[in-house]
Ligand binder design. Structure first.
Ligand SMILES: [Zn+2]
Length: 379
């Protein structure tokens, strides 16, 4: 079953506050939303009637009458989300709180073009829904991450590298034609940042790096994903200083990505006579103490760190989170730290943490769930 969430405006905000664990009573909702207690009660009754919330008799007693506890109804709905990579897609069904019900990885060649890729994804969603979700629980929204820049106004992919056929393709329209539901299309590093943000309580300003085949970065400002006009956080094409001149996939010389991405390191290793299939192969070489690989990863970290010095001084985040497949190679984060701590202003680094990602392999799916819930209650 497919069904839009029957909520609007303030009612959507109340549902989201309960779904994300921010509120568990009418009193919490009144405090957090600023609405009058009577109007919170009215809307909560409507949400219960719509089958989205349930109210239980427990809750923490503070003497006096025991408050009833609000929570999501187990039949409130599910979200179908995916994270597309170059050769595989990780996909999941989540409940409206963002908790994964099932996660699965399927082989998927993004180079086969948008229609084939998105249809494969949708077929996999439909199969999982049929297998894992009772027919009475509606699908409320569909979302996917893509490894390229996304225009937030049109939800189209704009001039991506390594995604032939995707430029300007109407990804959201294609998915909407099949599902007629709220749709999320987002850059993969942005999704990862939104997912990581949930794992850093007390930190409102984050830079989340994704160092894999390419290099991406998502920016969280005051607890929310900052998209700008779509390219916010894209550090891959910052020019780095270099003796040689390497032409990047974008056509310009000496981009960070042309020196420090998994793709660049794989190419450099191949030139040195060492073949690796995927970025994880570079991590294996580093773990096996192959000197060429260790030194290349260290140089990559230094170059990324040099670009970050400018950004850390400018943005002054609480945390720089380093994720992506290459981040499993220890010298990467060590040399990023060395460059940033050496060159940044003391005030910028005094309480700055530069740390490995915490949210694990499902970070992008968790981020997609949280952003898709925002879209579903707003539409
Ligand atoms: Zn470039």
């Amino acid at each position: 079953m497919k069904q839009r969430l029957p909520v609007q405006g303030a009612q959507g905000d109340l549902l989201r506050l309960v779904a994300t664990g921010g509120a568990e009573s009418r009193a919490d909702l009144a405090r957090l939303s600023g609405l009058a207690a009577s109007s919170v009660s009215l809307r909560v009754e409507e949400l219960i009637e719509a089958g989205l919330l349930v109210e239980e008799g427990s809750g923490t007693s503070r003497g006096g009458r025991r408050p009833r506890r609000l929570c999501l109804s187990p039949t409130a709905g599910v979200l179908a989300v995916a994270d597309l990579g170059a050769h595989h897609a990780r996909l999941g069904l989540l409940d409206l709180s963002g908790a994964p019900l099932v996660v699965e990885e399927v082989p998927c060649e993004i180079a086969e073009g948008p229609e084939a890729t998105l249809d494969l994804l949708s077929d996999a969603f439909d199969r999982l829904l049929a297998e894992r979700v009772p027919p009475s629980v509606p699908l409320r929204g569909v979302g996917t991450g893509v490894p390229g820049p996304v225009d937030p106004a049109t939800l189209r992919v704009v001039t991506p590298s390594r995604m032939p056929g995707w430029n300007d393709f109407p990804v959201a329209d294609h998915l909407r034609a099949r599902y007629d539901l709220p749709v999320l299309v987002e850059n993969d590093a942005n999704l990862m940042a939104a997912g990581e943000a949930r794992s850093w309580p007390g930190c409102d300003n984050l830079m989340v790096l994704k160092v894999g085949t390419g290099i991406g970065c998502g920016v969280i400002v005051n607890g929310r994903l900052h998209r700008g006009r779509g390219a916010a956080g894209d550090i891959s094409h910052v020019r780095v200083s270099s003796d040689s001149s390497v032409i990047c996939a974008c056509g310009h010389p000496d981009c960070l990505e042309a020196y420090a991405s998994g793709a660049a390191l794989s190419a450099a290793l191949a030139d040195a006579g060492v073949e690796v299939q995927h970025t994880s192969g570079i991590v294996d070489l580093v773990n096996d103490a192959v000197p060429e690989a260790t030194s290349m990863v260290r140089n990559a970290g230094r170059r990324i760190g040099e670009v970050l010095t400018v950004l850390v001084n400018f943005f002054n985040p609480d945390v720089v989170v380093v994720g992506g497949s290459l981040s499993a190679a220890e010298p990467l984060i060590t040399s990023i730290r060395a460059a940033v701590y050496e060159r940044c202003l003391p005030l910028a680094t005094r309480d700055l943490e530069i740390a490995p990602a915490r949210a694990g392999r499902d970070a992008a799916l968790l981020g997609a769930g949280s952003l898709l819930l925002d879209a579903a209650v707003a539409s």
